[in-house]
Structure formats: C-alpha cells, structure tokens
Design a protein. Structure first.
Length: 301
C-alpha cells in the first residue's frame, strides 16, 4: 500500500491516506506507519469502517496488546468484551446511555484531565489505537500535547533541574483529584504506583521528551509539595496552545498515537443526552526507556 502523509499541525500530528485497515498490511506499510509515528507522534486515519477484529489485528502489527483489568469495566462489558479492547463509551452493553451515577461513567470524567495511557501500569502504554464508532454532534474532541516540542522549548536551567528525576504514577491519584469514588481494595492492590522518568530519550528518533500525566503524583525523593508544584509547572508549560492539536471526531476515524511523548484529554460533551462510543486497543511498551526503577537504582549506586 502507498502511504500518504499530510501534516495537521506545525509541530506534530498527521493524517494518513492510502491504508485500508479492512485488509492485511504488508511489512513495508507497517514500517511506514511506525516511521510516521516516530516523526509525527499522532496519526489520524479517517473513514476506517472496521470492526473489533480488524482493530485488534491492526494493533498486533505494532507489538503485544494490553489486557483491560478493572473489575468495574469487566462487569459493564461482560456481554461484548474482547479482553484487549477498552470501551470508551457512555453507553451500556445494550446501547443505552449510562445513568449519571454509574461508576464507570464517573471514572471516565477523569479522561478530561491531561494524561498518558497506562503510565501507572507495570508495563506502560506505547501506542493507543482509538476508533470512533458513534460520536456526538458537538463536543467530545480529543486534544494532544507534543511533549517533545515542550521539552525543546524549556530553558536550559530547567532541563538541567529535571534531568534524572523520577515521578510516581498512580491511577488512584488522578481519580482522587476529582473526588471520584474510590477503587475497591482488590483494585487498589492490583494497582501499585509505578515510577517513571520525568525525561527520557526516544530510541528511534533520538528526540528527548517530557513524560507527564495527571497520574503523576510526586517526584521521588522530593518533598511532596515541591514535587507537585514542579509537575504542575511542567504540565502548564506543555499544554500551551502552540504545543496542542485538537481532533474533532467523525465516525470511522482511527487515531494512533505514541504515549511515550504525548499527553491527551477529551473535551466535554452532553454525555447525558448524546451517545459517544469509541474503542481503544493499547500496544504495550516493551523497551526500557520508561523504567523508572532502573533510574533510581543507578542514582543510588
């Protein structure tokens, strides 16, 4: 397949044409997509009217897939779940709008915070593949921040200050910021915090990037207030409009992005009246560039 790339933002994000996800991809096409991800970090593939099996097959071209683990999601999606698909939706398995007090609907409010998928899991997320099945008439856009460009724009003194720092990431932290219902004891035990480097270098492109998210609770080894102020300052810097691309969804859009060098968030929509259903497949990061424990061991020796 001949892959066509059209830039969507001065710094990052591109639209891909010439790829039909309803058909098997050859190795050259996959290599072209990986190269585009290394360059643009966010790829938009419109008019991909495919089902779950095709989305899963596409994800497997890029590496091992993550399996959803939270019992609340399993309870909601037991009628339709593929273990490797996360249903980003305000609908129940029968297509009805979730009630306002539904636990899963409330958790999804946290998607409005800037975040990086699965930074809080033992194996971090590499690529997210999000496919739009039903979209609201207004709102529900997804915004992306380029953390490579944000790092490049930092003053030299700040780069020196944050070099080698490790932040602890936890889904409990990001949810508690919004006062959401707490996870069960079983879920909390299954989600211990994960240390991640605040800065790392991407092997393929050689570019250095921040690694930020609302899941980042504090800087390891720093007083908590000072660490949180630093994280807040970096988040504010990285989400200036010059670093942000906003995507307005159409049914059939499939977006794939690199979580190692971007953050994203969903914008508000009338979720009590309008239907929105997207399905996400996550490719795990099998490299060691996000291994915060390795950094901590090295700094202690």
């Amino acid at each position: 397949m001949a892959v066509s790339v059209r830039r969507l933002h001065p710094l990052f994000a591109a639209e891909i044409d010439g790829v039909d996800l309803g058909k098997p991809l050859d190795q050259a096409t996959v290599a072209d997509l990986v190269a585009a991800l290394d360059r643009y970090a966010v790829l938009v593939m419109p008019k991909q009217f495919v089902g779950d099996e095709e989305q899963l097959a596409f994800g497997r071209y890029f590496g091992p897939l993550e399996t959803a683990t939270f019992s609340a999601l399993k309870d909601r999606d037991r009628k339709r779940r593929h273990g490797e698909i996360n249903y980003v939706s305000n609908l129940d398995p029968d297509g009805r709008l979730l009630p306002a007090d539904n636990r899963v609907r409330m958790y999804q409010i946290a998607n409005r915070l800037w975040h990086t998928d699965s930074s809080f899991k033992p194996i971090a997320g590499r690529y997210s593949l999000l496919h739009a099945r039903v979209v609201p008439a207004e709102g529900g856009e997804t915004e992306f921040a380029d953390l490579r460009a944000a790092y490049d724009a930092l003053p030299g003194a700040m780069r020196a200050k944050i070099a080698g720092l490790v932040a602890e990431h936890s889904l409990l932290h990001s949810n508690r910021q919004l006062g959401l219902p707490d996870f069960s004891a079983e879920e909390q035990a299954a989600m211990p915090p994960e240390p991640r480097p605040l800065v790392h270098t991407l092997t393929a492109s050689g570019r250095t990037t921040l690694y930020l998210a609302s899941h980042a609770s504090h800087i390891v080894g720093w007083p908590v207030p000072e660490g949180r102020v630093l994280l807040n300052d970096l988040m504010e810097h990285a989400t200036q409009r010059e670093f942000v691309y906003q995507h307005r969804w159409a049914a059939g859009d499939l977006l794939i992005w690199d979580n190692r060098c971007t953050m994203h968030r969903v914008r508000a929509y009338d979720e009590k009246a309008q239907r929105r259903e997207l399905r996400r497949v996550m490719v795990q990061d099998t490299s060691d560039t996000l291994d915060g424990r390795r950094l901590l061991r090295a700094s202690a020796s």
